[in-house]
Structure formats: structure tokens, C-alpha cells
Design a binder for this molecule. Structure first.
Ligand code: ASP
Length: 310
């Protein structure tokens, strides 16, 4: 069954004209992650590579393409976790860097901490030689338009926050059976300055443990935090549920208990995987045994050879 990588591009309502780009983005990020695994790379290398690609893709709400705070700024959150050691690294409310997921990995690898925030995270980035980028290079016209719309009198940014997101994440199992997860986001539309969502919170935006599996989540962060969604799904797996059933149970509980919608990608150390969501759509893709699996609407599951470029 091994190795495998599974990627999501956010639990969303994806406008029709954008769904093609979301689909091709998650497919090419999955191919990149799978190439790392096939080349003997670790599951951590694979999830960071896949998420880096999606951060660089302006179709997604992470890195370039991040949504804006109410003041019009980009503040990003990211997490990585290594199932072998339970080591994790995260950044929250970080500005002016292209790839928060790589900074999260540096927090894990180079500090004794699990999360750095805001200006402290920026200082750490500088000390590690991570290039600073102008905020403008992270902002797309599409996102600026949504931001402006939500500032208009009568707009309902809370309702809008339930959709049009596009957080990205990945889980993987490598050929040694090590699992890992990575998640990265610009957060939710017109959020307050300093708002930190679920993504960088361990057990919420992601969790990885070789004894059970790995999960990366997406959806309304305030709801995800209330039910610690990633850890909840792994709890159900510990109780004997399959990756699919555990993912559905976690999402159903979040919906019934706190009215939250979302999506997840999940693996177990044997290489069983699932991509499940309670939102209208979630662009997802997986690669295993040289086959690419993908879909965006509920019930959709296409397959093709990993070699096929389309
Ligand atoms: N979970 C993210 C947040 O609340 C948003 C998303 O997944 O789209 O920051």
C-alpha cells in the first residue's frame, strides 16, 4: 500500500470558474509530493513539498492568494507534525513570507518550541535567512475584491467566511510507515487583526502519530478548535474505526455539535487513506501505486495514471 500522499485545497464553495484551477492545483501538488516519496524522501519532505506548491499557487488561500484581515493585511498560519517523534512546528499571524509551511518546519527542526507567532515568527524567519517578500506579492485581485465587498455596509463577512476559503494541507505515509501532516492558510475573510485559527493549533489543524495516522483539516477554524477535529478523528481510529468512518464521525460531530462545516484528508500507517468533507466542495487528490485519484464535488472520484499529464 505504501507510500501515499493525500492533498486538499480547502473545504469550500468553489465558484465554477475556479474549480478547474483548484483541481489542477491539488493534482500537481500531489504529483510533486508523490515524486518525493518515490525518490525515497520522508513523509515530512513530501507534505512540505506539496503544501509549498499550493502556497505558491494564487488559486488557494495560503501563501500567495491568502485572504485579508479587516485592515487589508495578510497574516498566515501553518503547522507541520511528524508522526515518528510527535515533533511539531507552527507559525501564526506571520507576515511577509512566501512559504509559511517551510517556516513551520524550521520551528520544528531548529527551535525547542512548537509555535512562534507574529513579529517573533518574522524575527526567527530573518535569523534563518528566509527572504522577506512585499505584502503586495501575496495579494491577488480576486482576494482584494472579496475583501472590499465585505467592507461594504450590509455585507455579511461571517456568512462569507463559511465559504470561499481554500486552505491547503497534506498527509503522507512514506515507505518506512512514517506518517506526517502539513496545513497552511491565510485564515478567514476579513478576520480581526491577530486572529489565530485552528490551522497552527496542534490537534486542530493537523495531527500525526505513527501509532494511529495523520490528519490535515480545513473549514471554519473556530468550529474546528471547539472539537479538536484532527485529534478527534484519530481518537475514532484508535477505537477501531477506518480512516473513512473516523473522518465522517469527526465531521458529523462538528456539524451537529457546533454547526461547523469542513473537510479532512486522513491516512493510517498502513497507507489506507480518505478525503472527506461536509462542505459543498473540497478539491482533493491522492497518489498511491502510481495512480492519481481526485475529485471536488461530493461523491466524485476520478482516477488516472500518475504518468498522464492531464
Ligand atoms: N481553517 C481555516 C481557518 O479557520 C480556514 C479554512 O480551512 O479554510 O483559518
Amino acid at each position: 500500500m505504501l507510500p501515499v500522499v493525500v492533498v486538499h485545497g480547502g473545504a469550500d464553495h468553489i465558484p465554477k470558474e475556479r474549480s478547474k484551477n483548484s483541481m489542477s492545483g491539488v493534482c500537481s501538488a500531489t504529483r510533486a509530493g508523490y515524486a518525493v516519496l518515490k525518490g525515497g524522501g520522508s513523509s515530512m519532505d513530501a507534505v512540505v513539498e506539496a503544501v509549498t506548491q499550493l502556497e505558491n499557487n494564487p488559486s488557494f488561500n495560503a501563501g500567495c492568494g491568502s485572504v485579508l484581515t479587516v485592515k487589508g493585511d495578510v497574516e498566515m498560519d501553518a503547522i507541520v507534525m511528524d508522526g515518528k517523534t510527535l515533533g511539531s512546528g507552527a507559525v501564526s499571524a506571520v507576515r511577509n513570507i512566501a512559504n509559511p509551511v517551510q517556516l513551520a518546519r524550521l520551528v520544528m527542526d531548529k527551535t525547542s518550541h512548537a509555535c512562534l507567532t507574529a513579529e517573533g515568527a518574522s524575527q526567527f524567519a530573518r535569523s534563518m535567512g528566509v527572504p522577506e517578500v512585499p505584502q503586495e506579492s501575496l495579494i491577488t485581485e480576486y482576494i482584494r475584491m472579496h475583501w472590499k465587498k465585505n467592507l461594504a455596509p450590509g455585507a455579511n463577512p461571517v456568512e462569507c467566511q463559511m465559504g470561499k476559503m481554500g486552505t491547503v494541507g497534506a498527509v503522507a505515509v512514506d515507505s518506512e510507515g512514517n506518517v506526517a501532516c502539513a496545513t497552511s492558510t491565510g485564515g478567514i475573510l476579513n478576520k480581526m487583526e491577530g486572529r489565530v485559527g485552528d490551522t497552527p493549533c496542534i490537534g486542530c489543524g493537523g495531527y500525526a502519530d505513527n501509532q494511529t495516522g495523520a490528519v490535515s483539516t480545513t473549514g471554519h477554524g473556530e468550529a474546528i478548535m471547539k472539537v479538536t477535529l484532527a485529534r478527534l478523528i484519530l481518537f475514532h481510529m484508535e477505537q477501531g474505526q477506518s480512516v473513512e468512518a473516523a473522518s465522517d464521525l469527526g465531521l458529523a460531530y462538528m456539524k451537529s455539535r457546533v454547526g461547523g462545516l469542513g473537510g479532512v484528508v486522513t491516512v493510517d500507517p498502513q497507507g489506507n487513506w480518505a478525503a472527506r468533507f461536509s462542505s459543498l466542495q473540497m478539491a482533493w487528490a491522492a497518489a498511491q501505486k502510481d495512480t492519481l485519484h481526485y475529485g471536488v464535488y461530493c461523491g466524485e472520484h476520478f482516477t488516472q495514471s500518475i504518468e498522464d499529464p492531464n
